[in-house]
Design a protein around this ligand. Structure first.
Ligand code: ASP
Length: 408
């Protein structure tokens, strides 16, 4: 990526992605009457790109977390950084859900009353809160990778990483091996990312062609509520944390994050955005050893945008069914949306599957998901953008806190 970004004649990759994004919107709008053509012949190339990203995600998370853990050479240090990171992630996600609920309640009067008759949605199995906990622990060495279960991959990476640290000198060759494999998979990701302008165009164009008219239609207010909450969360929460804990001007932070933000918006995949996020936070001054641990972890468990989306959709679905949610039900939503977002994989569409768990926790009909499923991709682009920005803010904050600690 760095070659592409610093190449003299070539446009920087971020610029290429931005142009692809604009082109996709324009071409998508022009193709609204040919949406099926876009879906049949353009979307597959986007799917190929996404498949490649999904293919590389498992090894990237496994080796980058292992390399991150090993580079700290001290389990207590991993524990300290891990502790700070997890607290930051949980608190910001809970605040995100609360903001989502607040904004949705303000907008509620204007939400369309869509008909709920004849709705049906098949919820995926295993969407109970305790299942999320149990499913974190792998019962097989290969399955976490073959099933792309990222939480399990993280557990594997931590266990192996700790074992390597504990073995000390005896594991020197393993350390070298992990670092080289990490370089190799990062290089693979770099190669795949070179295709991202084409991927972004082919993914986004059919979405715009299919949903263009619908956005201005009945769900516009719900989408607006979600995007307002995404924006509020970024402006209020991340600006505050980056300034106070990260010691950085929010403007500099958001500016430095632009390439990753654009990539996340168009790809709707947190994990796919990981390499660009590593690069952006690195340029912003995050420590490499911190970022290479905090960011893959965040791409898997920290989903503020997804939590907001789940809160907003819960209120919208309740209002369509004429159900008034009580204060304690709202609190339950904050808790379950925080948990559900942890269990959400960093790939497109995953947040909608986990919405079932949030709805079920307060007795809302799961069939209601069908009301928002048609425009999920549009929700997804915004929530993914917020998800990765949250991860980056954490990397900046933890790096700065550790630096301050060292100076004292
Ligand atoms: N697409 C989101 C992400 O990758 C997850 C979601 O669907 O909410 O972060």
């Amino acid at each position: 990526m760095s070659n592409a970004q610093t190449g003299k004649k070539k446009l920087p990759l971020a610029m290429q992605i931005f142009i692809a994004l604009l082109l996709a919107i324009v071409v998508g709008l022009l193709m609204q009457s040919h949406a099926s053509f876009a879906n049949e012949y353009i979307k597959p190339f986007g799917t190929i790109f996404l498949n490649l990203v999904k293919f590389i995600v498992g090894p990237i998370v496994l080796f980058s977390i292992m390399a991150g853990v090993i580079s700290m050479r001290d389990i207590r240090k991993v524990g300290k950084i891990g502790g700070m990171t997890v607290v930051y992630y949980f608190l910001t996600t809970a605040v995100a859900t609360a903001i989502g609920l607040l904004v949705a309640n303000v907008f509620k009067g204007g939400f369309p009353a869509l008909s709920t008759e004849s709705l049906s949605y098949e919820a995926a199995a295993g969407s109970k809160p305790m299942d999320v906990l149990v499913n974190i622990f792998p019962n097989n060495f290969l399955m976490p990778i073959t099933e792309s279960n990222m939480l399990q991959v993280i557990v594997m990476a931590l266990l192996i990483g700790f074992a390597i640290i504990l073995l000390g000198e005896k594991a020197d060759k393993a350390i070298e091996g992990v670092n080289r494999w990490n370089d190799i998979f990062m290089k693979c990701m770099e190669m795949i990312l070179k295709l991202s302008p084409v991927g972004v165009f082919c993914l986004l164009c059919p979405v715009v062609a299919t949903n263009g008219a619908m956005v201005i239609g009945s769900l516009a207010k719900v989408l607006l509520a979600a995007y307002m909450a995404y924006l509020l969360h970024a402006i209020i929460v991340y600006s505050a944390t980056v300034r106070t804990m990260g010691g950085m001007s929010p403007l500099r932070f958001f500016k430095g994050m632009l390439p990753a933000i654009m990539f996340a918006f168009s790809s709707a995949s947190s994990v796919g955005t990981l390499p660009i996020n590593l690069e952006c936070t690195g340029k912003l001054g995050a420590d490499k050893e911190v970022a290479s641990f905090v960011l893959p972890l965040g791409a898997t468990i920290n989903m503020d945008g997804t939590a907001i989306y789940q809160g907003v959709c819960a209120i919208f679905i309740a209002s369509c069914y004429g159900i008034q949610l009580t204060g304690s039900q709202m609190l339950t939503i904050v808790l379950t949306a925080t948990l559900a977002s942890v269990g959400t994989a960093g790939v497109p569409g995953a947040g909608m599957v986990m919405l079932a768990m949030v709805l079920a926790s307060v007795g809302l009909p799961i069939d209601g998901i069908a009301l928002v499923a048609g425009v999920d991709r549009i929700f997804d682009m915004g929530r993914t953008t917020l998800n990765i920005t949250g991860d980056a803010s954490c990397a900046i904050c933890v790096s700065n806190i550790l630096r301050r600690g060292k100076k004292q």
